[in-house]
Design a protein around this ligand. Structure first.
Ligand code: NAP
Ligand code: MG
Length: 495
């Protein structure tokens, strides 16, 4: 591993009471309420954060509406582009601090959070390009007489982004970039477990020249998210989180007919054929689940291994997994930190207990870690079960923790059917050297991403999203910006 320097404690934490960002100003909640955010590796209090309620959401939506009606949406595309490019520079310049905030707030190792720097810069620059690529069409029509028809693209208005906790700064950037490119305005609610980097990001937006009120950050609990999703003056919701909350948001959004896109949970298959390059497939299969302590929506949690290599592969996978370094997120050698909270830890441990009682075969891991450096945090051993039945709970439900379920299979047809026998459809992996197998699997899997001989690749130019209960809408890619635009048809009679 390359040497890396752990940066100092972020300056933001010198202000132990963190307020929301509304209309360009940091303000406390109208109720005066605050909630705590803690470091899951140590339990230490990091800050108390303004607990936004419905009345704060209303203030933020009003600020976003006022900014939308102001000069912002009529700004030249090249000016919005310039702001996005400045923001890209600023986010990169301050990324050590942003990554450190996420490491402290979420528990992800600094060696991981700092890796988000390249992607954050690339996302903002990609959407900076998109700002100058918005086009309507001139469309020939067959109406009688001499009539022109064309379309105008207009920003949809006030967008609400509601975010999960598992990749905080990356998610803030991903949600804000299309808003800024399209000329919309934003009210963003970060998850209660990880509000800090979003607030720092909001400050950087102002520094980059984003006009006041264009980006608002309302910190708070689930009820702030609920207030946003039912607010009559929000035009669109971009939600990333659990399938259950996604369903609630769809209901709440129906009242005022908001546009909604939902990026939800997953139970993604990762499929290893006997002809695969196993030296690559073994570590990748482990890290497809264990990276970020398993708290990744598209984690490859259902590992299918072809029968002829199954036992050998599982032995190698167990050995690799036992060598993964779990521990202090601030140690540059650490690969995996704690899970985000006590609640999450208990949920994961209950799934593990259930797997034992349902008869899955434990291969490695399975316990909460204890001893010096572990007792105050929420550390769980990277855990593998083999001989998992397709109907067992750990084969079907998203665990969102470091737990892998392994299955043996024989044929392409069989594994396709079993891989698709899930409510979800977010990610998937295929390991083979055979071109025909790779293409057959890529066509046959019902999921938003198929990674062949790799896992978890993301790029600003390539769409990401779900099939089935993993949601709908695609973030990134050339068409994402359409979700932020209205299409208006204009007819002009010339005779
Ligand atoms: P979550 O419980 O669904 O929470 C997500 C966000 O929704 C949080 O900000 C939460 O606020 C808020 N919220 C809670 N109740 C709400 C309500 N009734 N109305 C509106 N908003 C509400 O998800 P999470 O536990 O933070 O994140 C883990 C989940 O996210 C997993 O299922 C994972 O698969 C999914 N995820 C999906 C993707 C993807 O791209 N598909 C990416 C990352 C994560 P609080 O923080 O206060 O609860
Ligand atoms: Mg926290």
């Amino acid at each position: 591993m390359t040497m890396m320097t752990i940066p100092p404690r972020p300056a933001l934490l010198d202000t132990p009471e963190q307020d929301m960002l509304i209309g360009g100003r940091r303000v406390p909640a109208l109720s005066g309420k605050r909630f705590e955010t803690r470091n899951p590796a140590t339990g230490a209090l990091l800050a108390t954060v303004a607990e936004g309620g419905a009345e704060d959401v209303d203030r933020a939506v009003k600020a976003a509406r006022a900014a939308f009606e102001g000069p912002w949406r009529r700004m030249k595309p090249v000016e919005r582009q310039r702001i996005l490019l400045r923001l890209a520079d600023l986010v990169e310049a301050h990324y050590e601090e942003l990554a450190m905030l996420d490491t402290l707030d979420l528990g992800a190792p600094y060696s991981r959070t700092i890796m988000g720097k390249a992607r954050a810069g690339a996302l903002l620059r990609y959407y900076a390009g998109q700002a100058t690529l918005i086009t309507g069409d001139t469309i020939d029509n067959s109406a009688p007489g001499d009539v022109l028809s064309h379309t105008l693209k207009e920003p949809i208005g006030v967008v609400a982004a509601i975010n999960p906790w598992n990749g905080p700064i990356g998610m803030s950037v991903w949600k804000a970039a299309p808003v800024l490119a399209s000329g919309c305005t934003l009210v963003m609610k970060p998850a209660e477990q990880t509000p800090l980097s979003a607030l720092r990001f909001g400050d950087l937006c102002l520094e980059a020249g984003v006009p006041e009120g264009v980006i608002n950050i309302v910190t708070g609990l689930g009820d702030a998210g609920a207030a946003l999703s039912s607010h009559p003056d929000v035009d669109k919701i971009a939600f990333t989180g659990s399938t259950g909350v996604g369903q609630k948001i769809l209901h709440a959004a129906a009242g005022s007919m908001k546009r909604v896109t939902v990026e939800l949970g997953g139970k993604s298959p990762n499929i290893v054929f006997a002809d695969a390059d196993l030296d690559k497939a073994v570590p990748a299969a482990a890290m497809a689940v264990f990276a970020n302590s398993g708290q990744i929506c598209s984690a490859g949690t259902r590992l299918f291994v072809q029968s002829s290599i199954h036992d050998d592969f599982m032995a190698r996978l167990a050995a690799f997994t036992q060598g993964i370094r779990v521990g202090d997120p601030l140690d540059p050698e650490t690969q995996i930190g704690p899970v985000v909270s006590a609640v999450q830890m208990d949920k994961i441990l209950a799934f593990i207990e259930g797997a034992h009682s349902e008869g899955a075969r434990p291969v490695t891991g399975g316990r909460r870690m204890s001893g010096a450096g572990f007792d105050a945090g929420y550390f769980i051993e990277p855990t593998i079960f083999s001989h998992v039945g397709d109907e067992m709970t750990i084969a079907r439900e998203e665990i969102f923790g470091p737990v892998l379920s392994a299955f043996a299979f024989d044929t392409v047809e069989e594994v396709l059917a079993r891989a698709n026998a899930t409510d979800f459809g977010l990610g998937s992996g295929v390991w083979t050297r055979d071109l025909a197998t790779a293409h057959r699997m890529a066509r046959g899997i019902r999921a938003g991403s198929v990674w062949v001989n790799c896992y978890q690749m993301l790029d600003p130019g390539v769409p990401f999203g779900g099939y089935k209960m993993s949601g709908f809408g695609r973030e990134s890619g050339p068409h994402h910006i359409e979700d932020y635009l209205e299409t208006k048809a204009v007819w002009i009679k010339l005779d």
